[in-house]
Design a protein around this ligand. Structure first.
Ligand code: DC
Length: 217
């Protein structure tokens, strides 16, 4: 069974998807980590991110493994290295590269084949798994999302103003939503869930209830 969770950064997707997978006894697939890993590899090997062919070649060449929440590129653990602000910023080139998108979608399908998986990203319910049994699209108020991001950065010792975060976030949302392929949008059959004023625990409980209803029905 495939459960997809899509939505913008800061809507709580990642934590909700991890916890939901744990509660259901499903595997968890973080597809954002794949785009980040390709970005990291290109930065590391000085590959011009603005050159779509070079980036697509790099994605095909590198070995990418996702094992128990750890991400490995050519055998090296890059789980932390792919979370830097530089990788976050530069990942837009990889996310906008259609050849890479097709390649990663194939990889996502092969990783999920015959398994019970909660998969999280932007295009999981629309492009990667249009026939998924249960689809969610998490949203949250832009200010609340930026506040969450600010708290997360503060925990890592970084101070960024709310205005700056709101601006970056709105650019990213626009790019994600307007992409030619794999644009971020809710599938027609997705449950759209607003997480703005709800504790994460309650969000996960709601997702679990909806999945169990689907399994039962
Ligand atoms: O969710 P995240 O911040 O880890 O995503 C990293 C980048 O990958 C970001 O630019 C959005 C992009 N992405 C995507 O285009 N499609 C996905 N299924 C997942 C992430």
């Amino acid at each position: 069974m495939i459960v997809t969770i899509d939505g913008p950064a800061g809507a709580g997707k990642s934590t909700a998807a991890r916890q939901l997978a744990q509660r259901l006894g499903f595997e968890f697939l973080d597809t954002g980590a794949m785009y980040r890993a390709v970005t990291w590899y290109c930065c590391q090997h000085k590959i011009d991110l603005a050159d779509p062919h070079a980036v697509a070649d790099a994605a095909r060449r590198m070995s990418l493994e996702l094992v128990d929440d750890r991400v490995q590129v050519d055998g090296e653990d890059v789980s932390l290295a792919i979370r830097t602000p530089e990788v976050t910023r530069e990942s837009r080139h990889v996310a906008g590269n259609n050849v890479v998108r097709q390649f990663l979608v194939e990889l996502q399908r092969s990783l999920a084949a015959g398994r019970n998986v909660v998969t999280e990203g932007r295009d999981q319910g629309t492009v990667a798994f249009p026939h998924a049994e249960c689809k969610f699209f998490l949203v949250a108020d832009p200010r609340e999302r930026a506040l969450r991001r600010q708290r997360e950065l503060e925990q890592r010792g970084q101070q960024v103003s709310l205005e700056e975060l709101l601006q970056q976030q709105s650019h990213r949302d626009q790019r994600d939503a307007e992409r030619e392929f794999g644009a971020m949008r809710a599938a027609e059959d997705a449950h759209v869930i607003d997480t703005s004023c709800v504790e994460l625990e309650q969000v996960v409980a709601q997702l679990e209830r909806l999945v169990r209803e689907r399994i039962g029905g």
